[in-house]
Write a protein that binds this ligand. Structure first.
Ligand code: GLN
Length: 538
């Protein structure tokens, strides 16, 4: 196996994850089998307990791992399906070292950062290598910025690892920022020089430098960076701000032939230049759509670009599929409480209520669902959004006025959403939800079944504690709610929908974790199609 390690310098939010994912796209399109992973130097065991304000979205894998949102980019940009082995945090590393110490596995020794902690990091690399012997290239992104104290052990581990597996099998790529100083009218290379100097101080000489720039990178600056950073000029690659969509990133990096540089560096032999036609067609559909729809996403962390990342991406995928630009209006659910649904979301073609926790904004979301139901506006509820649709239906159609979820009102007299028995004794917060992919049965004749192409079984990823309360199933069904899917094992309600409505669907799972650029998730595709109908007919 060959290894690419992607580090970042100067500042965070450089698009390092997108750069890594784009390299994955390009190598995969050259016919190489690629696997991607992330090392995160923070001390949380996983991001599952972090607030979206801290971390953005928590991305859930098939196996139930709660991971960094960059893994979402990796799964969308490459065909790899990732596992919990592909996101290592300092929290996991130290947890494992300390458990080993207590078990006596280091008996007689002083347990130290080097070699014990660095060995632990390397052992993950060896394990992933052994578990994926069919993979040609393993791409590992290191979170944070070079020079951060918490990243030092990871960098040191990579330095040692490169020596052990042979430097010819390892390519270090450093992503850095070239700030443009407006007053001087100049692009500055000094921060890059210093950041590479820092990396070299830690024993790593980057092979390729990816320069994030607003504008282009001229020959002079390329030469300067090459000289000061000790790399060949051709290995200084520009990564420009893309104009329209993140899916342009692989195409942009391709301009300086980064995939070719990597293949040459790693001696990957003769692979054809990447066949990107399909990817380019997708990008063209995103950039030049025929139609346009407006969709309100009514949530709680709405000002935060990254909080519902996969949902926004899934809407883009579905939009491209229908040759449609999806204009997302981010709505603070509390604003609907204050001003009413009509005033805030009266003009949209579709309403999406995403997942969430806690009771802030809940009544606003219920008003949004009610407005969508009563006015025939397409509604798509995801996880919490499905629970909201259920509560709204119970209250306003079924006549159970006090209906609620026990998450928001512990002693509600109509707990239409409640904890399952096995969740009741749970005290730890980390990794204790219903997590990951499970199989569900779809009922024929429903909208959901039609959208999934009449499949009778589906596999979708979950991340929630509360469930549709089966004690209320009959009453809600009698009042007209259709249950279109239940989990294969426990019979838990997975999808609810309303007949005689253009699109009113709630899913207990997270479809947004399985949508890809050229393969939109069927529920998103159905939702955007309904929104398009709405816009054309209104
Ligand atoms: N808070 C709800 C639950 O725990 C919904 C979770 C979510 O939307 N991801 O069940």
């Amino acid at each position: 196996m060959k290894y690419i390690f992607v580090t970042g310098g100067v500042v965070s939010s450089l698009g390092k994850g997108l750069a890594a994912a784009s390299i994955g796209t390009l190598l995969e399109h050259r016919g190489l089998k690629t696997l991607m992973q992330k090392f995160d130097p923070y001390l949380n065991v996983d991001p599952g307990t972090m607030s979206p304000y801290q971390h953005g979205e928590v991305y859930v894998l098939d196996d139930g791992a709660e991971t960094d949102l960059d893994l979402g980019h990796y799964e969308r940009f490459t065909s790899g399906v990732l596992s919990r082995m592909n996101n290592l945090t300092s929290g996991q590393v130290f947890d494992s070292v300390i458990k080993k110490e207590r078990r006596g596995e280091y008996l007689g020794k002083t347990v130290q950062f080097i070699p014990h902690v660095t060995d632990e990091i390397k052992s993950r690399l060896h394990q992933v290598t052994n578990d994926n012997s069919d993979v040609d290239v393993l791409i590992t992104e290191i979170g944070g910025t070079v020079g951060d104290m918490e990243g030092l052990l990871f960098i040191e581990a990579l330095r040692q690892f490169a020596l052990e597996v042979g430097k010819e099998n390892v390519c270090f790529i450093h992503v850095t920022l070239l700030p443009y100083i407006k007053a001087a009218g100049e692009v500055k290379t000094k921060p890059t020089q210093q950041s590479v100097a820092k990396l070299r101080e830690l024993g790593i000489q980057p092979d390729i430098i990816i320069c994030r720039t607003e504008a282009d990178l001229d020959e002079d600056n390329r030469r300067k960076i090459a000289m000061f950073c000790n790399v060949e000029k051709k290995n200084v690659v520009a990564f420009r701000d893309v104009a329209h969509t993140i899916y342009e990133c692989p195409l942009d990096l391709r301009r300086d032939k980064i995939d070719r540089l990597v293949v040459d560096r790693l001696g990957l032999g003769h692979t054809p230049s990447p066949a990107l036609e399909e990817w380019e067609r997708f990008v063209q559909r995103v950039i030049h759509p025929k139609n346009k729809v407006t969709i309100a996403v009514a949530g709680k962390y709405i000002e935060l670009q990254d909080a519902y990342k996969s949902i926004y991406e899934s809407l883009i995928h579905a939009g491209a599929h229908h040759d449609t630009k999806v204009q997302v209006i981010r709505v603070e659910a509390e604003a609907i409480e204050d001003h009413g649904a009509k005033a805030v979301i009266g003009e949209v073609d579709g309403i999406l209520v995403p997942g969430g926790f806690g009771d802030r904004g809940i009544e606003g979301k219920i008003l949004a669902a009610k407005y969508a139901r009563e006015n025939n506006i397409p509604y798509f509820g995801i996880c919490l959004g499905m629970q909201i649709a259920t509560i709204e239906f119970a209250r306003h159609v079924c006549g159970l006025e006090a209906a609620n979820s026990t998450e928001f009102e512990k002693d509600t007299i109509h707990p239409v959403i409640c904890l399952q028995e096995e969740q009741k004794g749970v005290e730890d917060m980390g990794a204790t939800m219903r997590l990951g992919s499970s199989e569900s049965i779809l009922f024929a004749g429903t909208k959901a079944s039609q959208l999934y192409d009449n499949a009778d079984r589906i596999h979708e990823r979950h991340r929630h504690r509360y469930e549709f309360n089966s004690d209320y199933q009959d009453r809600l069904q009698d009042a007209g709610l259709v249950i279109s899917s239940v989990s294969a094992e426990e019979g838990l309600v997975e999808i609810v929908e309303l007949p005689n409505h253009p699109f009113y669907v709630g899913a207990q799972f997270h479809p947004e974790f399985q949508s890809k650029p050229n393969h939109p998730h069927p529920l998103f595709a159905g939702f955007v199609a309904a929104a398009l109908d709405h816009s054309l007919n209104s």
